[in-house]
Design a protein around this ligand. Structure first.
Ligand code: FES
Length: 137
């Protein structure tokens, strides 16, 4: 680090410290990593966030986990929301298919590419369902 950059960084940290402000990154919790298989979480299909999954063809992007869910004929499928093109995780829109709005790649309910630039399918994720509870991981 150059002397000037160091001094600028140190000065900012000092001022923030005096004012009681944390310099912790705002984005720390905004782009969670996809489940790496070491953590488990459960969603309740009755929660308003997931109500679209009660209908055939309904898609949901989990609000704070990098997963997409879709109801296919009453069965729920899960995919990593990390787009296989360049890795966008949170920029999804839904119709019959899921569209990554970063560069407009479209994926069907099986996670397969309908139109690029993505070249490969979304990563499927295992889940278990007990009634209206889905456990991922
Ligand atoms: S990152 Fe999704 S289309 Fe480019």
């Amino acid at each position: 680090m150059e002397k000037r950059a160091f001094l600028k960084s140190a000065s900012l940290a000092t001022v923030a410290s005096v004012l009681g402000i944390s310099l912790k990154s705002c984005s720390e919790n905004e782009d969670p990593a996809p489940n790496d298989g070491n953590s488990t979480f459960t969603i309740d299909l009755n929660e308003s966030t997931f109500v679209d999954l009660q209908n055939d063809g309904g898609w949901v992007l989990h609000p704070n986990q990098d997963y997409l869910f879709v109801n296919v004929g009453g069965s729920i499928k899960a995919f990593s929301s990390r787009c296989t093109h360049q890795g966008c995780t949170r920029n999804w829109t839904f119709s019959t298919n899921a569209t990554c709005s970063c560069h407009a790649s479209v994926f069907n309910v099986n996670g397969d590419v309908v139109s690029g630039p993505a070249q490969s399918s979304l990563t499927s994720v295992q889940l278990t369902r007990e009634g209206d509870l889905l456990t991922i991981g």
